[in-house]
Design a protein around this ligand. Structure first.
Ligand SMILES: Nc1ncnc2c1ncn2[C@@H]1O[C@H](COP(=O)(O)OP(=O)(O)OP(=O)(O)O)[C@@H](O)[C@H]1O
Length: 328
């Protein structure tokens, strides 16, 4: 079943154009000039119930504007949009009950309350019956393993703990769609992996449709079967995530940390050293050489290794360079 459908969806913002300097400011008081900025342009999109979709693009691409239109926070300038059969900007109560938004950089929690009281407040906001609330709360508290945190004040939670609570609060009423904006921002590798595990679980077991915006390509790769790449408000790729990376991702960034000062051996394949200190080496290699690099440097007994995907900006550039037949 189609859960989200847009056709020709467009959002233009009008912004005040101020001329430089004092004279410019005074002129602006007398005669205001505006410029139009197209944040999302002519976007056709269909998302089926139960999909886990990555929404990616560089800063200013139009992702937030799109999510704001899908959740009804702002109205489109033109085009059509239907989410769960509703026109989002009508903000009907039944519609708002069926989706949730979680933003990594904005908290929805009540910092002065305990976790338990905060969740109870969300129960009231959603109008959940006591039994439904308890079974949902217990399910998530067990899944996220946060039993010990229930009586702690929200403001004392660590970033990773807080993000788990943001997700629980958003999921309590079992929404059909969840919009996630950078849910792993600032989290360490262990906490990010945990959050990814929960999201995969919720999508699989509950069939919740998830739209994930993230600058971390690791999140997208691990979770989203389908990716939509947006640039300048337009869709430049819509299809299989694996194919996106296979085709447009050429390098991996590998970071090695050592407990002793360590020298790099000569590498007999293409590799670019991005950072080198006695204790840390950051190396960019073509993805086919990543395994070789790991094998080679494992002999030097590193204490930590991280492998990162290329940034979205680089992938977007390659989509343009290699021709835009990425639209499925
Ligand atoms: N209220 C607004 N008024 C004017 N211009 C806006 C407004 N909101 C967004 N824009 C512009 O629309 C474009 C898209 O912004 P948007 O926030 O949707 O991008 P984004 O892809 O979410 O970026 P980021 O990854 O940095 O959060 C940007 O050029 C931005 O400056």
């Amino acid at each position: 079943m189609e859960i989200i459908k847009t056709a020709g969806l467009t959002k233009n913002f009008k912004r005040f154009k101020k001329q430089a300097g004092m004279i410019g400011s005074i002129k602006g008081l007398i005669k205001r000039e505006y410029e139009e900025k197209q944040a999302v342009g002519n976007l056709d999109l269909t998302i089926q119930e139960g999909e886990f979709v990555g929404l990616i693009g560089p800063n200013g691409a139009g992702k937030t504007t799109l999510v704001k239109m899908l959740t009804g926070i702002i109205a489109p300038t033109s085009g059509s949009v239907s989410v769960l059969g509703y026109y989002p900007n009508d903000l009907e109560h039944e519609f708002k009950q069926q989706y949730a938004v979680v933003m990594g950089q904005k908290s929805q929690l009540f910092f002065e309350l305990t976790v338990e009281d905060t969740l109870r407040l969300f129960k009231e906001i959603y109008g959940l019956p006591e039994e439904e609330y308890k079974s949902s709360r217990d399910y998530f508290v067990k899944l996220f393993q946060v039993q010990d945190l229930m009586h702690v004040q929200v403001r004392t939670l660590s970033l990773g703990e807080r993000m788990k609570m943001e997700l629980i609060a958003a999921l309590l009423h079992n929404p059909k769609i969840i919009f996630l904006d950078e849910p792993t921002i600032g989290l360490d590798a262990v906490a990010s992996k945990q959050i990814r595990g929960f999201l995969a679980d919720i999508n699989e077991r509950r069939g919740t449709t998830i739209i994930l915006t993230s600058h971390y390509m690791e999140d997208i790769k691990a979770l989203c079967k389908r990716s939509i790449v947006i640039n300048h408000g337009c869709k430049i790729y819509d299809g299989d995530t694996e194919k996106l990376f296979e085709r447009f991702q050429k390098f991996k960034k590998v970071t090695f940390t050592f407990s002793e000062p360590t020298l790099l051996p000569n590498l007999d394949f293409e590799a670019r050293i991005l950072e080198q200190t006695p204790y840390k080496k950051v190396i960019m290699v073509p993805k086919e050489n990543a395994a070789g690099l790991l094998r080679e440097l494992m002999n030097l007994l590193p204490t930590d290794i991280t492998v990162e995907e290329e940034e979205i900006g680089t992938i977007v550039e390659r989509i343009y360079q290699e021709g835009g037949d990425g639209l499925a």
